[in-house]
Design a protein around this ligand. Structure first.
Ligand code: AVI
Length: 321
């Protein structure tokens, strides 16, 4: 197992490699969205989830609350709940509180400190549930512990429409891996943001208070602080735009003038109006998500949605069920 300092060094190296590679790309400079989440970025994301324009968190929470009984019945008794990402807080508590006699809760997250804090919170709230936190990058290959209870069904929980931040191939690969990890009898409960009117969608990624802008531009602050960059932080503006080709809201940082920036000893030029693409948030229809899930070996057993059809929670089961 990696020591904390080794892990930090490995993270820093991966960060530098991704930033150099992404800023070298032509014609579109692009940075992987996972680097948006340093401490400040995570704090800003937390604030985003409470914004009036950002409907996904509230809507999904309401669906889980209202359909908790049905979702728990779908999961079945004595389940091992495997959560991909440990940041769902209240959503996890709703599901764990509704499950009949859960056998084990297994949150998986790359951020060990964050994982420990959220596991401790769940432990206080559900002292009767055994918790086994796993430090791993769930977008990558990793193994679940090999001593999990054998005869109890496993249920994968992936709320928040985080699946929307993966491109199509990554999403299929992720769902396939989850399928293998929960096994033949396993199930999955996945939160998915639905495609909708742009008048509703775009403000959710470009709010009036400027929190999403701060979240996006914080990446430049992070590059400056951690990689010795010299980005002029007032030289870029946040932009949210719709891409029909990928059915995604994209976040970009737009260069406000012709300028240069140095990162880790390398110089990068930006034309006025040129953008750095920092995140795609894909939006699905119930049928386009079902198609994706089927490609990964799942079939859709249930779709729980809100009255306005903004968000959907999918109950997936093996194709043989
Ligand atoms: C974490 N993820 C599902 C969020 C989303 O909606 O794609 C991240 C986010 N980016 C801007 N606002 C929220």
């Amino acid at each position: 197992m990696l020591e904390k300092t080794d892990f930090r060094t490995a993270q820093r190296e991966a960060f530098e490699a991704d930033i150099i590679e992404g800023l070298s790309r032509t014609p579109q400079k692009t940075l992987p969205c996972r680097w948006l989440y340093d401490d400040r970025g995570s704090e800003l994301f937390e604030q985003i989830t409470a914004l009036p324009e950002y409907y996904p968190t509230r809507t999904e929470t309401a669906i889980l609350r209202e359909q908790a009984g049905e979702i728990a019945a779908f999961c079945g008794p004595r389940t091992v709940l495997v959560e991909y990402g440990a940041g769902a807080g209240v959503k996890t508590e709703i599901l764990l509180g509704a499950l009949e006699n859960p056998a084990l809760y297994l949150p998986i997250d790359i951020a060990g400190d964050f994982l420990a804090t959220s596991a401790a919170r769940i432990e206080r709230r559900f002292p009767y549930i055994e918790i086994r936190p796993v430090v791993a990058d769930f977008t990558d290959e990793f193994d679940l512990p090999d001593d999990l209870p054998k005869l109890t069904p496993r249920v994968a929980f992936f709320p928040g429409s985080t699946i929307g931040n993966l491109d199509r191939d990554e999403a299929v690969a992720f769902l396939r891996r989850v399928r293998a990890q929960v096994g033949e009898a396993g199930k999955a409960v996945i939160g998915v943001d639905l495609k909708k009117d742009l008048a509703r969608l775009l403000p959710a990624y470009d709010d009036a208070a400027g929190v999403t802008a701060a979240f996006n531009l914080n990446l430049l602050t992070r590059i400056n602080a951690e990689l010795g960059g010299d980005f002029a932080e007032d030289g870029f503006a946040h932009e949210a735009r719709w891409s029909e080709a990928t059915s995604a809201v994209e976040m970009h940082m737009v260069s406000l003038r012709a300028q240069k920036a140095e990162v880790a000893g390398r110089s990068f030029s930006f034309a006025e109006g040129e953008t750095i693409h920092t995140e795609s948030s894909r939006k699905y229809s119930t049928s386009s998500f079902a198609e994706l899930a089927e490609e990964a070996g799942w079939s859709v057993a249930h779709v729980w949605s809100d009255p306005d059809g903004l968000f959907a929670v999918f109950g997936l089961a093996g194709t043989s069920d």
